[in-house]
Design a protein around this ligand. Sequence first.
Ligand code: SF4
Length: 349
Amino acid sequence: MSTSGGHDDRLAWAAGEISRWFPTSARDLPWRRVRTPWRALVSEFMLQQTQVSRVAERFEPFLEAFPSPLAMVEAGEDAVLAKWSGMGYYRRARMLHAAAAAIVEQHGGVVPEDAATLETLPGVGRYTAGAIASIACGQSSPIVDGNVDRVFARLTADGSTPGAKGREARRWEEAEVYVAAADCPEVANEGLMELGALVCQPKAPQCLICPLARRCCALEAGKVGEIPPPKPRPKKKLVEMQVGVAWSGKKLLLARRPDSGLFAKTMFPPEAEAFPSSAEGRPLAEVRHQTTHRDVRVQVFVFPDGSKVSGAEWKHPDDPELALTSLASKIIALARQNHEDGSEEAASS
Ligand code: SF4
């Protein structure tokens, strides 16, 4: 724990200010309307690396399909992947299913309410465990995510670079002091994240309307624009793929990706080299796709209608049960356009 009285006092003061600010400033979001640990768990998995507005659209239909951990386990991993379609980062969907299985097997189907037990679930790290324990269960558990890190760095004028030695540990200590001072941990913690998302934003902090402005060290020192300094970005890994598209009527040839690795277990056009006569492939386009760590370039080839590939199946690409990444959907849209253009040409000649 920090030993600085003024520092800790500032954090405790912030807990009170944010707890008063949040109830009148909170966005109306689906997972806030009805609070249960399961809904909180699902929302936290969805919100990792997906925009709030997109999750807001998808949240209730997803919960309708999987209203409990048991319902998710009974539906199976493929059904979860299919419902996750288009949200990206499919590993989260697989981990959510694994967490549901652990809840059913080890906790009688009831989501644990304390952070230490939550952290034993697959895919649940310290932040997610703290968020569920505090926001859904009212426990005094600290949370640190990107928003919290930025607010505390500015509030305390911590000019260290994200990732610098000792910074993360310091942030967790501050989050503990902060939440321990709160009358309602759920309000203080959720309000802290909301303040980071709506007011103390990375590029355009709105200090004029910020409830922390009176005692914000970065504001006082005129260093808001410098804190936090930009994080050094690791170079993205280049991934090159070659895939083939082939139609049979309105159905497209799709194969399930391997159980691990990029786009694992989702449906994707087969690798071009898997076609028996790969030389028959005609180049159609190159599709590029960025993930946090990868720059993916896919060369798409068109193969004759009715081509066969071992392990691939004819699927209607609009089937809502298909687990399709946004990259697969992009490739399918191109393939469909090409197919329709080809059909029109054939009809007019
Ligand atoms: S006063 Fe400005 S920099 Fe300080 S916490 Fe508020 S928005 Fe962030």
